[in-house]
Design a protein around this ligand. Structure first.
Ligand SMILES: [Zn+2]
Length: 345
């Protein structure tokens, strides 16, 4: 008995009267929270409607978290980035080939100010209840002409800003081959970006809640993702984060893997006095048997997860990432969320 909160992500900030109907459906699917996937285009074009949509969700009884979805391609997400469209600099750079990549370098002042500007505008001018840091990560270069046979040894970021910062601190040029100094540098800078944004958000309103959701990787001896947020202890220790979350795992992965990630998520969250969150896949693919959803939700609940969330509304219906049978998938996730609400209230 553990799961206290249930959330779903939601795209689209077009017309509040349409959103109201969707939010009613979300509530009927056992959710108490909606995670708004806000794009750079939404901020630029639909901003006048965002707070009306936030208010509509509140009236229906949903908590609202803002997800700066895919911004600068620093966060996960399929959206296109205006920052990348409007800037030819401040990009992450491949360590092995010096190629600029289609991802903003979040260690540059330019991107940090841009990202913080979006968050602070939402914090000051809307009534959102908090923020959701959605799979922040260093880009993984993949290109045919890299020194590594398939780019697997390549990494980011070796842009002029990162190189200068590194050299000032460690007293030698940032190497092309990753070493422990580079690993530590990358982690610290990555965490600083989110920690500073979170601190400034809480200065505006200390009640705004911050969830940090990192990639659910094992990072064991044989396999290390090194995407910047893989030291879960360091991430979870950040005083400005309230909820520690780890990302979606494919339905086909064995229960031992799912349990291991879940146990580690809950343990590290508890250690630093945070709530824990796990995700269930509500897009792209469905389990062969919908009972698999019940099984995974029960694992989360048994292992003490505080919150469960799903990406995304209606199984991605109507998008290129819709699952097979998206509405049935959504209904089965909703049935499980309602089951947890009834069980744990
Ligand atoms: Zn950089």
């Amino acid at each position: 008995m553990a799961i206290k909160h249930t959330a779903v992500s939601y795209y689209g900030f077009n017309y509040v009267e349409h959103a109201i109907k969707d939010f009613q459906e979300i509530k009927e699917h056992g959710c108490d929270t909606v995670i708004l996937a806000i794009t750079e285009f939404d901020m630029d074009f639909w901003f006048p409607n965002i707070n009306n949509i936030v208010k509509a969700a509140h009236e229906i009884g949903l908590k609202v978290l803002a997800d700066p979805w895919g911004i600068g391609k620093f966060f996960g997400g399929e959206q296109v980035s205006l920052f990348l469209q409007n800037n030819i600099h401040n990009r992450q750079v491949s360590a092995l080939t010096d190629e600029p990549l289609v991802a903003a370098c979040f260690n540059t002042r330019s991107f940090r100010e841009y990202f913080e500007g979006i968050c602070l505008k939402l914090a000051k001018e809307t009534e959102v209840d908090g923020f959701f840091w959605d799979e922040p990560h260093y880009a993984k270069p993949s290109h045919v002409a890299s020194f590594g046979a398939d780019g697997k040894d390549d990494w980011t970021c070796r842009c002029p800003v990162c190189m200068k910062k590194f050299e000032e601190e460690y007293g030698y040029e940032m190497p092309r081959v990753m070493n422990d100094d580079v690993l530590r540098f990358r982690r610290r800078e990555a965490l600083f970006t989110l920690s500073e944004a979170s601190r400034k958000i809480k200065e505006v309103n200390p009640k705004l809640e911050i969830t940090c959701c990192v990639l659910a990787t094992l990072d064991d001896y044989y396999n290390r993702e090194a995407r910047g947020y893989d030291d879960w202890d360091a991430v979870c220790a950040c005083p400005y984060f309230d909820v520690f979350s780890t990302t979606i795992i494919n339905y086909d992965m064995p229960n031992s893997f799912i349990s291991d990630i879940t146990r580690r998520t809950v343990e590290v969250a508890k250690k630093y006095g945070k709530e824990s969150e796990r995700w269930i896949s509500g897009y792209f693919s469905r389990p062969a048997d919908f009972k698999r959803i019940d099984e995974i939700i029960d694992i989360y609940d048994d292992l003490g997860v505080d919150r469960v969330a799903t990406w995304t509304y209606r199984g991605g219906y109507g998008t290129s990432l819709a699952s097979k049978d998206p509405i049935e998938l959504w209904d089965n996730i909703g049935r499980n969320f309602a089951r947890m609400q009834a069980k744990n209230k």
